[in-house]
Write a protein that binds this ligand. Structure first.
Ligand SMILES: [Zn+2]
Length: 419
């Protein structure tokens, strides 16, 4: 199974927006941009919401049937490991092997020695097509990369083989993810990570590194945009080099776990993809859930009341809700509006504070991040929330489609994103 050149990860916490999400991908196709949709949901999301991996499969199949989509599509078991993969095996055909927790653990010395020995021909000056400067690689750099990442890649190998034994070779897409960790990987480290992935025999089609800067949930990138652009291009070049050098799958490409809404780096990503003719997988999650809230708020009446209730509860339970997302949110509590103030807002005011429009003076990234992690409150409302999604399906669906197409797909993939 081969993932297309451009693919887009659609997260949908409550599983009601599959059709609206697919509509954005179909709009892209009508505009000449071919994208493979991938519905992703992590074990963390399933646990908080109380859903099962099979629900995502049903949502994807139903959306595809209802919209008459005839292209490929996938269901991604996002951020899984050996401890929680079992429930995902049957319904998923895309597996994101998360080995970030193994990065800090020490690799076995004899494994490191053998790796350094095997790849010692890269010691010296290395030219990689597409990068002006040559990499100066020392034995110490290979040893250090192996020390940090070899154990993690070996764990990815174990997870891969476990899934392969259950599903059969070639029947699913494999991603290796190392994004949820403290330190970004340098392009040279990425080269040796890919060498290790090839040594393990993992047919990875996507690799998710941690890039420099902050990828907080639902808000824009925080960091040096030029530095990111350079790092992104170098990493693309290293991936292309590694594919040939280590006989990895020709489709191998980067996966950007965006945390949604990294608008300021979409331009550099778009330019890098065009420059190298490279593909990419962009993974988003919470952006659709926030569009549900925006849709409910603008619908007014009972819809707005639900949106306000979610905020009020989220504010009360801020520490509990932020806990699982500690490393990927930065909320300035002093800038959160009081519940009493929000209570007086009308739907447009609520939507303006929440909608990710940085040109709007009412937009409040602290408010947005808190609601981003506040989906547990909506999950606990059970049918009250889900019934509202059905009642206001039209206005919510328009927001979901518009958001994915206009704010994400177009800036990342279009030939001329500003036209
Ligand atoms: Zn991730």
């Amino acid at each position: 199974m081969i993932l297309g050149k451009y693919s887009f990860g659609l997260g949908d916490r409550f599983g009601h927006q599959g059709k609206a999400q697919l509509e954005a991908v179909m709009r892209a196709r009508r505009e000449g941009i071919e994208i493979t949709p991938v519905w992703n949901k992590s074990n963390r999301e399933h646990t908080i919401i109380g859903t099962q991996p099979g629900h995502v499969r049903r949502e994807a199949d139903d959306a595809v049937a209802a919209c008459g989509w005839d292209g490929a599509y996938f269901v991604d078991a996002d951020h899984i490991g050996l401890g929680n993969v079992d429930g995902f095996i049957e319904p998923s055909d895309f597996f994101t092997l998360d080995v970030a927790d193994f990065i800090a653990k020490k690799s076995v010395k004899t494994d490191v020695d053998a790796f350094v020995e095997k790849h010692s021909k890269y010691i010296g000056s290395l030219a990689v097509a597409g990068i002006d400067e040559r990499f100066e690689i020392s034995e110490e750099m290979i040893r250090s990369a192996a020390g940090k990442y070899l154990l993690a890649v070996k764990e990815a190998g174990r997870i891969y083989r476990y899934i392969e034994a259950a599903k059969g070779r070639g029947s699913f897409v494999t991603e290796v993810s190392m994004d949820e960790t403290g330190q970004p990987q340098t392009p040279v480290e990425m080269l040796f990570i890919l060498a290790a992935i090839a040594d393990e025999g993992i047919p990875a089609q996507t690799i998710a590194p941690k890039f420099s800067g902050r990828f907080n949930k639902g808000v824009d990138y925080v960091g040096e945009i030029e530095g990111f652009a350079e790092e992104f291009e170098e990493t693309i070049a290293v991936v292309a080099f590694a594919v040939k050098e280590f006989a990895l799958p020709a489709e191998l490409k980067l996966s950007v776990h965006s945390g949604s809404d990294k608008f300021s780096i979409y331009g550099p990503i778009n330019r890098a993809l065009k420059k190298f003719g490279a593909g990419v997988h962009i993974k988003t999650a919470g952006t659709t859930w926030l569009e549900e809230l925006i849709g409910l708020a603008t619908a007014g009446g009972a819809g707005l009341a639900i949106a306000k209730h979610v905020y009020e509860q989220a504010l009360k339970r801020i520490d509990e809700l932020c806990g699982p997302y500690e490393t990927v949110i930065d909320i300035d509590k002093g800038k959160l509006p009081m519940a009493g103030e929000v209570e007086r807002w009308d739907g447009r005011r609520f939507a303006a504070a929440l909608r990710h429009d940085q040109a709007c003076e009412r937009y409040n990234p602290n408010f947005r991040q808190l609601l981003h992690v506040g989906y547990k409150v909506a999950a606990e409302m059970g049918p009250n929330y889900l019934d509202a999604l059905k009642e206001y399906a039209d206005v919510i669906g328009q927001n979901v489609t518009e958001n994915i197409y206009e704010r994400h797909i177009k800036p990342i993939f279009a030939e001329d994103p500003v036209a």
